[in-house]
Design a protein around this ligand. Structure first.
Ligand code: 13P
Ligand code: SF4
Length: 444
């Protein structure tokens, strides 16, 4: 079994087979663990999240935690789960809307009413105000955002409460508050002659609601990977500098493309005084980058791009902006998951693409566009292990509980955090015209 078999699954959009190959040894050097191929219920104990929080925050007693998925769902075959999901969804009809992020496994995405990137799904969360429940097949911060944007009468459900985002967990509210206090001490709070305040906080959508609330309270804004440049422009109009969290790579790649020199982008490591930078560097800074990263996207390398070009002359290399700067620089293009999807859809037949993003999306695109060759830059990449926790068993469980009249796994953000978080999100939505979400998956 060669690596190429793993890399180019021409017709099978399910990533389960890839994991089985990787864990069976076809992908030596991979960080995939065999446990990943087994049920995600093996990981249900942790992490835990309080309302509106990241994993680094104190979790209030009584916050719901993922209990063990009932055995009937753990033991069911893939076909049985598929049938149970279809039946429950048909019974619920318009009472439920299912949202699925591009990185969800095929077995889940095929049941989604809307499939998209995090920006599009934030819009989709407002599109069906009459639905009683929004089942969000994605990760914790996305479900929180849906709760912030949906009506008070709607329940947002995350099928597995342990599905978080390791990058979002790298910035907690206490560390950001501490950072802010140090920056205020250094810069003061007075605006300059043009009315620009010393620093504007910008949080990537991949963050807890508490951080979005922090931005709302401090004149800041949220961004996603599809609107980061527009949002940074918004921030530079209002501030002399930006504090960007939690993803250093999205911040660096976006600011660099806008002409910000690297030496004016110091890093903030929350474990060090002044974030590990000198006060001179911070005074000269245009963008202060939080020391966060995505463990999936940081696995992509320039060597992988060189190899793809050597093996596939003429290949188009597109990577996500969460990849390290050298990788983005070496690629032909970079963009959000939506950008990648549209680029492949629009290409002339016979194009070969090497893609640097999560493997579930890459394999789905490979299956959806057989007229092209589409493969993942990393031949032995694991899926995002937290997105992967939304196994179809959990989707069947939450839907069947809804049919029985019970809402389980509800994500609700308290008003103290929700109100300012909504302000920051609304600034983002006003800064960028909302993009219509992609319609129902063809197989739904
Ligand atoms: P998008 O904003 O492109 O959906 O990406 C979300 C994400 O988690 C990327 O790792
Ligand atoms: Fe978070 Fe990375 Fe997974 Fe996206 S791919 S949800 S940033 S861990």
């Amino acid at each position: 079994m060669s690596i190429t078999d793993v890399r180019i699954p021409a017709i099978d959009p399910s990533v389960d087979r890839t994991i089985q190959l990787v864990t069976a040894g076809a992908g030596a050097g991979s960080t995939c663990t065999p446990e990943l191929a087994a049920g995600p219920w093996n990981f249900d104990g942790a992490p835990g999240y309080g309302p509106g929080s990241s994993m680094g925050d104190v979790i209030p007693v009584g916050s719901p935690r993922q209990g063990e998925l009932p055995r009937a769902y753990r033991d069911a075959t893939a076909e049985e789960l598929d049938e149970r999901i279809r039946t429950a969804k048909a019974t619920l009809g318009d009472r439920v809307v299912i949202l699925g992020h591009f990185y969800q496994r095929e077995e889940v995405v095929r049941h989604a009413d809307f499939v998209g990137d995090s920006f599009q799904l934030a819009g989709a969360a407002t599109s069906r105000p009459d639905a009683e429940a929004i089942v969000f097949c994605g990760v914790h911060f996305m479900a929180e955002t849906a709760d912030l944007l949906s009506t008070n009468e709607q329940a947002v459900i995350l099928p597995n409460l342990a599905a978080g985002c390791s990058m979002a967990d790298m910035a907690d509210i206490d560390s950001v508050q501490e950072c802010w206090e140090q920056l205020e001490e250094l810069y003061g709070t007075a605006p300059d002659a043009d009315g620009r305040v010393p620093v504007i906080p910008v949080t990537y959508m991949n963050s807890s609601a508490a951080l979005k609330g922090f931005c709302g309270e401090h004149g800041g804004i949220v961004c996603t990977s599809s609107n980061a440049e527009t949002v940074l422009e918004w921030a530079f109009e209002r501030g002399q500098r930006v504090l960007f969290f939690p993803d250093q790579h999205l911040g660096r790649n976006t600011a660099k493309a806008m002409g910000v020199p690297l030496d004016r982008m110091p890093m903030w490591n929350p474990r060090r005084p002044l974030g590990g930078s000198s006060s001179d560097d911070l005074t000269d800074a245009q963008v202060i980058l939080w020391h966060g990263f995505c463990s999936v996207h940081r696995r992509f390398t320039v060597e992988q791009i060189d190899r793809a070009r050597a093996e596939h002359p003429g290949v188009r290399v597109i990577v996500h902006p969460e990849c390290p700067m050298e990788v983005v620089d070496a690629a032909d293009e970079y963009g959000s998951t939506d950008y990648i999807t549209k680029a492949i859809a629009a290409a002339p037949a016979g194009t070969t693409f090497a893609i640097g993003t999560e493997v579930n999306l890459v394999q789905r695109l490979a299956a959806q566009y057989p007229q092209h060759t589409v493969f993942c830059l990393d031949p032995v990449i694991c899926p995002c292990s937290t997105m992967y926790r939304i196994h179809p068993g959990y989707l069947a469980w939450v839907l069947e509980r809804l049919v029985a009249g019970e809402v389980v796994n509800q994500i609700s953000v308290g008003a103290d955090v929700a109100d300012p978080a909504r302000v920051a999100l609304e600034r983002m939505l006003a800064a960028v015209p909302p993009v219509a979400p992609r319609g129902a998956h063809p197989e739904a």
